[in-house]
Structure formats: structure tokens, C-alpha cells
Write a protein that binds this ligand. Structure first.
Ligand SMILES: C[S@@+](CC[C@H](N)C(=O)[O-])C[C@H]1O[C@@H](n2cnc3c(N)ncnc32)[C@H](O)[C@@H]1O
Length: 230
């Protein structure tokens, strides 16, 4: 907390120096969400709807925690006692998942290859520090590929944001999450727009829904939504 005139003057000096340095981007506000404002609003509404039923919240694929912080700030207001799971490799995509996109799903274009190399510069430590920095304390973090993670028998979910982008991890996650979803619970699968480098998410959701006899909807262009009826 900056109080005295001297501290305010020094703070201004440091920030002005930063602005004229190569580190300007660390000073300026940047919108970092991979969701538009309308998509964030929709996530907030869906979380509010699901939070009234029993079970934890979760985010599979949480990267550096931008949406984790956002949704947890909302939970502080509407359901402060809910647990929130955050599961990620914290090192980007799994090699065998990428190989499947390249070899089986034909994602060979240069732009596709670049997209399949994203999210590698990350760490669980950075993620957890970001949560603490924002006063978020309810999150249980697991650093693992979702394919390798086993929830305990009694784990139940009311809301999950599934955001791992590729076919194989989305398929594996849906198989693990659906049996644990409470009646009235919601799974939101990101990247369900067709004809996109990450359309493996949509394919996994389509196949899973067809096999289980479920109907999903796509909201705000790319949010696949699966609801378990009450
Ligand atoms: C699009 S980012 C998630 C963005 C985050 N939900 C947000 O809104 O800020 C995708 C994340 O999925 C993670 N990921 C990819 N494959 C995974 C897997 N098999 N298991 C767990 N996490 C995975 C990546 O490490 C990356 O951090």
C-alpha cells in the first residue's frame, strides 16, 4: 500500500521509467482472456446456475489462471464454500495428443503446428502464485495430464470448464467427468467452433454425446455446453 507523498512520487517515477523502457508491456493493462466479454458473461451465468447443486467446480486446462481467478472471484460472491479443482500439465500439450492431431486429424499447416506448440512456457508455481496474488485460496491444483489423473470415488462436480483444446484429452476428460456430474450440473467445453485448429474438442464432444444419447448446445460461438438433467 502506497501512502506518503514520497512513496507516490517514487511509484510514479518507477512507472514512467518502465513506460519508456523495453518492459512497457509489463506496465500496460492487457486483456488476456481467451474469451470475449460475452463468453465470460455466459460462463458466469452457467456457473451461477450450476453452483446451486451439490459438487465441486473444476477447470481442466487452466494455463496461467486468468479464467481461474475470474471464476473464483465470482464464486466468492455466490458460493464461497465450493471447492475448485485446477488440472493442467503446466507444460503445454502432451506429445501423443499432438501426434494424434498431426497424423490422424491432419493438422499439418504451419499455423496449426504453431498452435500445437502453445502453452509450454508455464509452471504450476507461477499459477499458484497468481492465485495467491489475487487472494484466491479455494483451489486444489494438480499438475498432470488429465488422462493420467484419477478422481477419488466420492468426487462429484457441479460445474467444469474443460479447456484442453485437443481431441484425445477432451475425450478422456469427458469420460472421467460425466459420471461425476451432479443432476443439474454443467460441463462447458471450450473451442467447439467447427473448422478450427482446436476443433478436436468439438469432435470429442460430438462423439461422446452421440454415444451417451446426450444433446449439447454451442453458445457464444465456441462454448459447448453439456447439462445433466435434474
Ligand atoms: C487454452 S489453455 C487453457 C486456458 C485457461 N482455461 C484460461 O481460460 O485461461 C489450454 C491448457 O490445456 C493444458 N493441457 C493441454 N493438454 C492437456 C492434458 N492432456 N491434460 C491437462 N492439461 C492439458 C495446456 O497445458 C494449457 O495450459
Amino acid at each position: 500500500m502506497i501512502n506518503s507523498r514520497w512513496e507516490i512520487w517514487l511509484d510514479g517515477l518507477v512507472k514512467r521509467a518502465l513506460f519508456w523502457s523495453p518492459f512497457r508491456s509489463y506496465l500496460l493493462y492487457k486483456y488476456r482472456y481467451a474469451f470475449t466479454p460475452a463468453q465470460l458473461a455466459r460462463l458466469t451465468t452457467l456457473l451461477t446456475e450450476a453452483a446451486v447443486v451439490p459438487g465441486d467446480c473444476g477447470e481442466i486446462g487452466c494455463y496461467r489462471g486468468y479464467t481461474t481467478v475470474f471464476l473464483n472471484k465470482h464464486l466468492d460472491e455466490i458460493a464461497p464454500t465450493k471447492r475448485y479443482w485446477a488440472i493442467d500439465t503446466f507444460g503445454g500439450f502432451v506429445a501423443s495428443d499432438v501426434a494424434h492431431e498431426l497424423q490422424i486429424r491432419g493438422k499439418q499447416a504451419a499455423a496449426d503446428r504453431r498452435a500445437l506448440n502453445k502453452f509450454t512456457i508455464n509452471s504450476r508455481h507461477w499459477f499458484e502464485r497468481a492465485l495467491r496474488f489475487n487472494g484466491v485460496t479455494r483451489v486444489t491444483t494438480c499438475a498432470t495430464a488429465i488422462q493420467d489423473f484419477n478422481f477419488s470415488e466420492d468426487t462429484q462436480f457441479c460445474f467444469v470448464l474443460l479447456d484442453v483444446d485437443l481431441y484425445l484429452p477432451t475425450k478422456a476428460a469427458l469420460e472421467k467427468l460425466w459420471p461425476r456430474l451432479s443432476p443439474g450440473g454443467i460441463i462447458v467445453i471450450d473451442d467447439c467452433q467447427p473448422e478450427h485448429v482446436y476443433d478436436g474438442s468439438r469432435q470429442a464432444l460430438q462423439e461422446f454425446s452421440a454415444a451417451q444419447g446426450l444433446v449439447f448446445e454451442v453458445l457464444e460461438t465456441k462454448l459447448g455446453v453439456l447439462r445433466r438433467p435434474r
